[in-house]
Design a binder for this molecule. Structure first.
Ligand SMILES: O=C(O)CCC(=O)C(=O)O
Ligand SMILES: [Fe+2]
Length: 518
């Protein structure tokens, strides 16, 4: 514990030092660093899951040609393509959108100029103040994430009005204004297509104000000396309703589909959200030896006037056959959740998932745990236990050949001072390197261990009504039985039931223990 705290302390200090430079990641590169600072290095277990990337892909990322959208037959086809892409991927690339290439190029160039201008000018805009409409910083979640990402961000928020040109950095003012104009128009078109794809009137989503408020979040990813150790943007799902994303020639955007990462080659891409009819795609950007990589995300997340209003599944889509999947929430609470947590934690929309919550409650209310399901003769495990596809894919990892062995420590002869020193040393190494070791020759009779296991088997296999009496999630209870202590907060449940005996302030009290195993 003590080491954990001191590591955390150093990290906070390093984060603050980095933040105080107000020079972002580009400042580090300009200073000529050869190794990236520790605050950017991803945990070893995350780095190991990169294998995910290597598999052969049998499908292709959807590309939608929106030319001739005015032709009613072609429009129907496009709506259908949008429906499939949004439902299966939550992502598509748009081509022939009519935005002049020069507008896109100049937008990227403006952002390059902003980031490469005199540092003192950039520093003036460096801020983490959520009230600021125009600000520059590195990693909005710098102090809450496990690892910082290799990018700097200039954020322009226009939720309640069109862009305020006077506040915009002069180097990218003209190009951003022009780009914004086109994004607004394309955004409206995409919202029309999405409305139609949901079986609604074409103007449905636009008339709700979704295409009115928008934030343009521009990222600058300087070349990274050790791209294998960090990311440009960690895996996440966007919080907004629709994101339109532009990236320069370097590429690096990847979307997660059926547990595999797909590279997205530079062109405009859209990302989407809805009542589970459309997917909210997980995506990330890798960092690279070459650069700068530049990307521009245009988030449509609703006009400022919607922030205080309840937000929930589209009423017209709800029926008995198609019940709501999410409860209503206030948009401002939802965004507060998003901005106060690390980008890669559970997407905020998951907190409002109704069906999932009610399925969890149903299971909890049986008080029979996982064993109850098995006794009922289920052949397929309920969905609440199924791990996300990307976690399952990462398990391939498990199969690789191991060259070292798990530490086993023989504690016999612990009374001899020379042997004790050796044991202490083994404990030190095992605890430092693994945080785990096995103990042998501990002197506990085998029968004690066997009887303990047998008692727990008897407890779990006794009459259900007796077990139910102590089923509880009450943290004050010293003796309780339950399945998954984190049932309501985890991504997927574990296949286990638990009898918990907390002996923190008292020796076991036999009268409180389950009779079969006391
Ligand atoms: O830079 C990119 O390609 C992705 C940026 C992104 O995902 C975001 O801003 O949410
Ligand atoms: Fe994103």
């Amino acid at each position: 514990m003590a080491t954990e705290t001191s590591v955390d302390y150093d990290r906070t200090k390093e984060l603050k030092q980095f933040d105080d430079t107000k020079a972002g990641v580009k400042g580090l590169v300009d200073a000529g660093i050869l190794n990236i600072p520790k605050i950017f290095v991803r945990p070893a277990e995350d780095l190991a899951t990169e294998e995910l990337n290597s598999g052969h892909k049998k499908v292709e990322v959807p590309i939608i040609d929106v030319s001739n959208i005015g032709d009613s037959i072609r429009r129907q086809e496009i709506v259908n393509e949008v429906k499939i892409a949004s439902g299966e991927w939550g992502f598509f690339q748009v081509i022939n959108h009519g935005i002049p290439l020069s507008v896109l190029d100049e937008m990227i160039e403006g952002i390059r100029l902003f980031n490469e201008q005199d540092l003192e000018l950039k520093k003036e805009l460096y801020s983490r103040d959520s009230a600021k409409k125009v600000k520059f910083h590195s990693n909005f979640d710098l102090y809450t994430s496990k690892t910082a990402d290799w990018r700097d961000t200039l954020q322009l928020t226009f939720l309640d009005s069109d862009p305020d040109t006077s506040q915009m950095p002069s180097v990218c003012r003209k190009s951003t204004m022009e780009y914004f104009k086109h994004m607004k128009k394309l955004g409206e078109t995409l919202f029309e297509l999405l409305s139609e794809a949901l079986g609604l009137q074409a103007d449905h989503l636009n008339s709700m104000g979704y295409s009115k408020g928008c934030s343009i979040v521009t990222h600058y990813y300087p070349p990274c000396p050790q791209p294998e150790l960090t990311l440009g943007v960690r895996k996440h799902a966007d919080a907004g309703i629709l994101t339109m994303l532009l990236q320069n020639h370097i590429g690096g955007l990847q979307v997660l589909h059926n547990g595999q990462w797909f590279d997205i080659h530079p062109t405009l891409g859209g990302l989407v959200l809805s009542n589970d009819k459309f997917k909210s795609v997980k995506h990330r950007a890798i960092s690279n030896h070459v650069g700068p990589r530049i990307s521009v995300a245009c988030f449509f997340s609703g006009h400022a006037s919607l922030l205080d209003k309840p937000f929930g599944p589209i009423k017209k889509l709800i029926s008995e056959a198609n019940p709501p999947q999410y409860e209503e929430f206030l948009l401002k609470e939802y965004f507060a959740k998003f901005f106060s947590s690390s980008l890669d934690t559970k997407p905020p929309i998951d907190y409002y998932k109704l069906v999932h919550q009610s399925k969890l409650k149903q299971f909890d209310d049986t008080k029979a745990g996982v064993k109850g399901l098995v006794d009922a003769g289920i052949l397929n495990i309920p969905r609440i236990f199924v791990r996300p596809a990307e976690d399952l894919a990462a398990d391939e990892l498990n199969s690789s050949q191991k060259t070292i062995e798990v530490p086993i420590i023989d504690v016999s002869n612990i009374g001899y001072s020379i042997r004790r020193k050796e044991i202490v040393n083994e404990v030190k190494i095992a605890s430092g390197e693994w945080g785990f070791f096995q103990v042998i020759n501990h002197g506990i009779p085998l029968s004690v261990l066997d009887e303990m296991i047998e008692g727990i088997r008897l407890f779990n296999e006794q009459d259900l009504e007796l077990k139910k009496e102590i089923y509880s999630r009450d943290s004050a209870k010293k003796v309780k039985f339950l399945s998954n202590f984190d049932l309501y907060t985890s991504k997927a449940l574990d296949w286990k039931d638990t009898l918990q005996l907390s002996l923190l302030d008292f020796d076991p009290d036999p009268s409180e223990m389950p009779p079969v195993c006391w």
